[in-house]
Design a binder for this molecule. Structure first.
Ligand SMILES: Nc1ncnc2c1ncn2[C@@H]1O[C@H](COP(=O)(O)OP(=O)(O)OP(=O)(O)O)[C@@H](O)[C@H]1O
Ligand SMILES: [Mg+2]
Length: 271
């Protein structure tokens, strides 16, 4: 079995790339084979995963037909660079432009148990390509005043993709990211999302901490840099595996959660 998940949000800076980076790491720690795809011309995921900036070919080459997806995999990631912006522009004028990524991934999809796609901070053609190529969408919503509005806009794009080009697409969940549940506005964001989206909202929120920027700078996973914080992502990963119906991996993820945060140590993390 293989599941492809697009991670997106309506706006920039909601922690999408950090989510893809950390979920990739958590899933690999329980021995799932994971391919990460950077679909953002900023190339942040490629940086976070410490890909050689000159690595070639990239996802831009794949989308413009210059390379096969398999050739563009560099240590478990298909990287991106600014060339992807050009590829996106060129794609705009082509027939079947929304299907390009799906077609490109067809040959490699079954080689991985999970494929995670990091979308750019806009709901344009690249994000539509990600949604058409995916089985699931995972929404990252930053815990701020307009979280609900942003999620609604992202959902409209998901619906557009599932109405037409990808009827199989399912919303896997919404994760409240960069949250400080000690503040009223984070709690209000959580409550309003919960009211509107019920079970789709993932119970575990990703706590806000400067440690995320620090770990990115050092090209370290938060799971190594600050496991006491990274455990949030491990809990989210466990919930995603539950929703995907992957019970055996879920058990392994649960063990990983316990290993990081032994039951009964409810001490609040330093932030
Ligand atoms: N839980 C967190 N707490 C605090 N800061 C965070 C957290 N997660 C990510 N960040 C920081 O917020 C910034 C944006 O994160 P990230 O790059 O993951 O977001 P993004 O949604 O991918 O952004 P973009 O829309 O530009 O692609 C980065 O500096 C990152 O280190
Ligand atoms: Mg990003």
């Amino acid at each position: 079995m293989s599941a492809t998940i697009a991670v997106l949000s309506q706006k920039g800076g909601t922690g999408k790339t950090t989510a893809v980076r950390t979920l990739t790491d958590a899933m690999r720690r329980i021995d799932l084979s994971v391919l990460a795809i950077d679909l953002d011309p900023q190339g942040n995921l490629s940086d976070y995963l410490d890909v050689d900036p000159d690595a070639s070919p990239t996802i831009g080459d794949v989308l413009s037909g210059r390379a096969k997806a398999r050739e563009a995999i560099h240590e478990g990631i298909i990287p991106a660079n600014l060339g992807l912006a050009e590829a996106e522009l060129a794609l705009g004028g082509k027939m079947g432009r929304e299907l390009t990524l799906k077609r490109a991934l067809r040959a490699i999809k079954d080689s991985y148990e999970l494929i995670l796609i990091d979308c750019p901070p806009s709901l344009g053609l690249l994000t539509v390509n990600a949604l058409v190529a995916s089985d699931y969408a995972l929404l990252s919503a930053e815990a701020q005043y307009f979280a609900l509005q942003g999620v609604e806009q992202a959902l409209e794009v998901i619906e557009l993709a599932s109405d037409g080009l990808n009827p199989e697409l399912e919303l896997l969940g919404i994760v409240l990211n960069i949250a400080d549940m000690r503040t009223r506005h984070s709690r209000e964001a959580f409550d309003s999302l919960h009211q509107h989206f019920g079970e789709k909202l993932i119970e575990t929120t990703i706590r806000a901490s400067i440690a995320y920027a620090e770990s990115a700078e050092r090209a370290l996973s938060i799971l190594d840099y600050r496991p006491d914080l990274g455990v949030d992502y491990v809990a989210v990963a466990e919930e995603l595996l539950r929703r995907l119906g992957l019970e055996a991996p879920r058990e392994r993820m649960r063990a990983l959660v316990r290993g990081i945060a032994p039951a009964g140590t409810g001490a609040p993390a330093r932030t």
